[in-house]
Design a protein around this ligand. Structure first.
Ligand code: DGJ
Length: 715
């Protein structure tokens, strides 16, 4: 017991603890982050007191801290990579002060490096109600020379020895949230994104689990960066068997150069841990994201059923077509009509027009007013698509202001989808966009903006400097300004489907477009990845056409709708092409969604895997669940395995009822399944949890929905 001045800072939430060991001459050491420790559980000795000096090693070793830095004893990855003209390349923190912002739940750590002339402030909050740890870091240059910053971790988190695997998410346009599971080994696991926005191919977060953990139980950890630009994360094995997990913004060379007194503030990291497996991690994230969403009128209103025109008619916009589509939508019970791409000046295809944000009078001679009014008169909200950050070389805007595109002198401009990216860091560009979008919002009864971003950033320079982070900040500022001036308008974030899905954009928008792939089989996987990090009410989920435009596969209307139903439900097809039976079926699903959206969008989500091509997800509370059982492939067993429901209360009796969008044309396959449809079947929670719910045989690409409630809920 050498260090008598040792103290702990113990952050607490309902299920989690984070413990730092403090001393004023170094950055706080990470002692613990994991399931909640009771008061009195912290050991009465310092970390180093239980670490013998290994051979050929530093006499006083440097364990993982909240801010491990290169060059003065720490051999792992540094939380900071910076220098001043080649000097001050090694840093070490001292003068550590702790300021409790909320006793037991939030604190600020302030440290200095008097040699390298730096101040670092790290905010940590562990929200009692969500179990989510929020961490962000601010670095200030107190020296006279410019500080070149290559990396500043937003958070450095400790992972215990038990962490064995990491689940991360990759993908591309039309194929978001492709899960990959990797073993953690003695080395570094690393993901980076340099595409200028969140990206399809590297989601800025991951989930790590102990080997015994699964979806429902065991120790799991999750972290995600609340940022819509470049990012990097690494998990590194440490020589004491633990790991460090760093997340932060990926910075381009020369992107951050701090002058005297200037600071770099990182985005926030949201991180959580759970003994209830990956679903426990998801539950923490869902609560945290919900608490950060900013709704018009402070509270989320029921998520309206929308129709989006894109896959119905693409660029073939004619007022008469749209009026017919609107009438058909209202008749089907749809509550919001969103006019997608193609309505503005010169935009007859994806080759021209971006930047010219006024209605193309050659298509809409009377403007969009009559259509918006018609939509409103039918009782629906009117929504409009924009892609503010983009410009086509073939546009009036580009012809007038070619210098407004992000560019690097003497480098060719690289188009993607025939478009370039506007330099929002130029005040005149943001002012132009505010003016043009503002005029639309002033002139039309727009309740909803679909805000798209259909390409990665290249040659992202502005006035000779890298502009990635400033571009993201400027996009946020534009969104914030629009939210402030038109507070009733909801915004959907879209980026070629799910290229901008993150906790940062979701602080200023109200849902995201999950993917341009609406094939229901593909969507099951995409949505499961999404739901690991975000709650279902912000997950744009539409019923598309069959065959699906993205994959060419065909699925029944029932299956397409059942896959979309748990999210923010909508329709993306030409309703005029449906036959009577399909229209009636879709109407049935719209009504079913309306009846259950409250439960779907306020509850917890459990994702589970059954046997033999069955995946399921449950929404609600343990005593009142809506369970979707998706059969993706044909049965290979004679009788389906029972569905084990680990989340139910084993002391209660439940009534199981099948929920349908329309009455079945076929007799049930056995008496119990008949009862599910008629009077319901009572089953004990212990039976459901241990022996499981009997399931009827089903064909591939079908879904059954069960409402499973305790008898107390029914009375
Ligand atoms: C990409 C989006 O993901 C689609 O939904 C659609 O809005 C198109 N852009 C329009 O160009």
């Amino acid at each position: 017991m050498t260090d008598k001045t040792r103290q702990y800072a113990h952050l607490k939430s309902r299920h989690c603890s984070a413990v730092l060991e403090l001393s004023d001459h170094e950055a706080p050491l990470w002692r613990y982050w994991g399931p909640r420790l009771p008061d009195g559980a912290l050991p009465d000795f310092s970390l180093r007191d239980a670490r013998a000096t290994p051979t050929f090693s530093l006499e006083e070793d440097v364990p993982l801290s909240l801010f491990p830095t290169f060059g003065v004893g720490w051999f792992g990855s540094s939380a900071l990579l910076a220098h001043r003209e080649g000097q001050d390349f090694a840093q070490a923190m001292t003068g550590c002060e702790i300021i409790w912002l909320k006793q037991d739940h939030a604190l600020r750590v302030r440290m200095t490096d008097p040699v390298a002339s730096l101040v670092v402030e790290i905010d940590l909050g562990l929200a009692p109600e969500t179990d989510v740890l929020t961490v962000s870091t601010k670095l200030t240059n107190m020296g006279s020379g410019v500080l070149d910053v290559q990396w500043l971790a937003a958070a450095v988190l400790p992972l215990p020895t038990q962490a064995k695997t990491v689940r991360s998410y990759t993908g591309r346009h039309n194929s978001e949230f492709v899960m990959q599971e990797t073993a953690l080994t003695r080395g570094i696991w690393r993901r980076e994104n340099r595409r200028g926005l969140t990206s399809h191919d590297a989601f800025p977060g991951a989930v790590t689990s102990a080997s015994a953990a699964d979806a429902h139980s065991g120790l799991s950890y999750g972290a995600q960066l609340a940022w819509s630009g470049n990012h990097a994360q690494l998990i590194e094995w440490l020589e004491d068997g633990r790991y460090q997990w760093q997340l932060g913004e990926w910075l381009a060379p020369g992107e951050v150069r701090l002058g005297l007194g200037e600071s770099l503030q990182t985005p926030e990291v949201l991180a959580t841990c759970s003994l209830a497996g990956r679903n426990g991690v998801a539950a923490g994230f869902h609560k945290a994201i919900r608490s950060r969403l900013t709704w018009p009128d402070a509270e989320m209103s029921p998520r309206l059923v929308g129709i989006n025109t894109w896959e119905g008619v693409y660029f073939d916009l004619k007022p008469s077509t749209l009026f017919e589509m609107a009438a058909a939508a209202a008749e089907a019970g749809i509550e919001r009509f969103v006019l997608d791409d193609g309505w503005f000046q010169g935009r007859r295809s994806d080759r021209a027009g971006l930047g010219d944000w006024w209605t193309d009078l050659s298509v809409f001679p009377e403007g969009l007013g009559p259509l918006a009014k018609y939509v409103n008169d039918l009782g629906m909200d009117f929504g409009l698509w924009v892609e503010p950050e983009m410009i086509n070389p073939d546009s009036e805007l580009f012809r007038a202001h070619p210098e407004w595109a992000l560019q690097i002198a003497d480098r060719p401009l690289l188009t993607a989808r025939n478009q370039l990216v506007l330099d929002l860091t130029r005040p005149e560009v943001s002012a132009y966009l505010l003016d043009k979008i503002g005029s639309l919002l002033d002139d039309l009864p727009i309740a909803y903006l679909k805000w798209d971003h259909n390409r990665d950033l290249t040659t992202a320079g502005s006035l000779g400097r890298p502009a990635y982070r400033r571009q993201t900040q400027a996009a946020y500022a534009l969104m914030d300004e629009i939210r402030q001036r038109w507070p009733k308008v909801e915004i959907e974030a879209c980026a070629g489907g799910g290229g901008r899905i993150d906790a940062g954009v979701l602080q200023r928008t109200h849902r995201v477009w999950t993917s341009d792939c609406i094939d229901a089989i593909s969507r099951v996987a995409i949505q499961r990845g999404f739901l690991q990090f975000f709650p279902p009410e912000v997950m744009g989920a539409h019923v598309g056409a069959s065959p699906a435009h993205s994959t060419g596969r065909s699925q029944s209307m029932d299956f397409r709708a059942a896959v979309a139903m748990p999210g923010h439900f909508g329709v993306e097809l030409d309703l005029r092409q449906l036959n009577l039976a399909e229209s009636e079926t879709l109407k049935g699903w719209i009504n079913l969604y309306k009846a259950h959206r409250d439960q779907l969008h306020h509850g917890q989500v459990w994702l589970g895997e059954g046997d033999d091509s069955v995946l399921w997800q449950a929404h609600g509370q343990a005593d009142d669940l809506l369970i979707f059982v998706y059969r993706l492939g044909p049965m290979t067993q004679k009788w389906p395995s029972n569905l084990i429901l680990p989340m139910v209360d084993e002391d209660k009796v439940y009534r199981v009822e099948e929920v349908r969008a329309r009455p079945s044309l076929h007799a049930a396959a056995a008496p119990v399944f008949d009862d599910y449809r008629s009077k319901g079947v009572d089953l004990h929670g212990a039976w459901l949890a241990q022996q499981g719910l009997p399931l009827p045989p089903r064909q591939a690409e079908t879904c059954l929905i069960y409402w499973v409630r305790t008898l107390d809920q029914l009375s």
